[in-house]
Design a protein around this ligand. Structure first.
Ligand code: SF4
Length: 183
């Protein structure tokens, strides 16, 4: 229940406060906020490393051509944007961060109905460090069915770490972590 409430809060903050500011182009992350965001980014990266180990052990995506990665929209959210900025990515994807699933189908559409980062026979072509958090967080119905209790517990811990990192991002940004961008 607590986890669900946290996720709801994260979505409300992203959708109602953070995303509109970034999208307007009139706001940006304050440089002084980066050291405060860094520990949360490290927590997220630690979660991604756990996920990488878990999913490399059971990579159904290699055999999969449809499903989670299909759908003509990207999965980046405003929290991925923050993560990319903290990581120092200068060539972030063109502005197309959307709060999944709201309106995301309208953003960054691709023509063939498959995410452009999907590599047949491999799965996701993006390194974990920059992969959309949704894609790390999510598992398909087959995994959900076949994962044993230990794996599901591991996954729950990974999800919690990602959500905690995003909560940290949101708090820092809401409390003085953003500034007006010069025109
Ligand atoms: S970013 Fe990677 S995991 Fe996410 S939809 Fe695209 S190919 Fe799939």
């Amino acid at each position: 229940m607590r986890d669900r409430l946290r996720r709801l809060w994260l979505r409300l903050v992203a959708y109602g406060a953070l995303e509109p500011r970034f999208r307007s182009g009139r706001w940006r992350i304050r440089a002084e906020a980066l050291p405060r965001l860094r520990p949360y980014w490290e927590r997220q990266q630690a979660a991604y490393e756990k996920a990488r180990r878990l999913f490399e052990e059971v990579n159904y995506c290699r055999e999969c051509t449809l499903g989670c990665c299909s759908g003509a929209f990207n999965r980046f959210t405003v929290y991925d944007h923050v993560s990319h900025v903290v990581a120092g990515l200068t060539a972030a994807p063109p502005w197309s961060y959307c709060l999944h699933p709201f309106a995301s189908y309208r953003c960054n559409r691709v023509d063939d109905g498959l995410c452009p980062f999907f590599v047949p026979g491999k799965g996701c072509g993006l390194p974990y460090e920059v992969r959309p958090a949704t894609c790390v967080w999510w598992i398909c119905a087959r995994m959900q069915k076949e994962f044993d209790a230990t794996r599901l517990r591991e996954l729950a811990a990974i999800r919690r770490m990602i959500d905690e990192a995003h909560t940290g991002y949101a708090r820092v940004l809401l409390i003085g972590g953003m500034e007006r961008a010069p025109r």
